[in-house]
Design a protein around this ligand. Structure first.
Ligand code: SF4
Length: 70
């Protein structure tokens, strides 16, 4: 799994941080999403998918990764 975020679409709701705190954080300055890791471990994929699904700005994109277990 490869994760990308678009800060231009982020509305700083923080849903992704609550859902997958190992992968997403928010800027202390403006609240915009910060990506902590773009190729999260498989154990995190479920919560990352949930975060992408509930993001109100549609700012989180997922694609198939190259690594084994993606
Ligand atoms: S859930 Fe979406 S809109 Fe909210 S902080 Fe995360 S990326 Fe931004």
């Amino acid at each position: 799994m490869h994760v990308t975020v678009d800060q231009n679409r982020c509305c700083s709701s923080g849903q992704c941080v609550l859902t997958a705190p190992a992968v997403f954080d928010q800027s202390e300055e403006d609240g915009l999403v910060l990506l902590l890791q773009d190729r999260p471990a498989e154990a995190l994929h479920s919560e990352v998918r949930t975060a992408a699904a509930i993001c109100p700005g549609g700012a989180i994109s997922l694609s198939a990764g190259q690594e084994v277990g993606a």
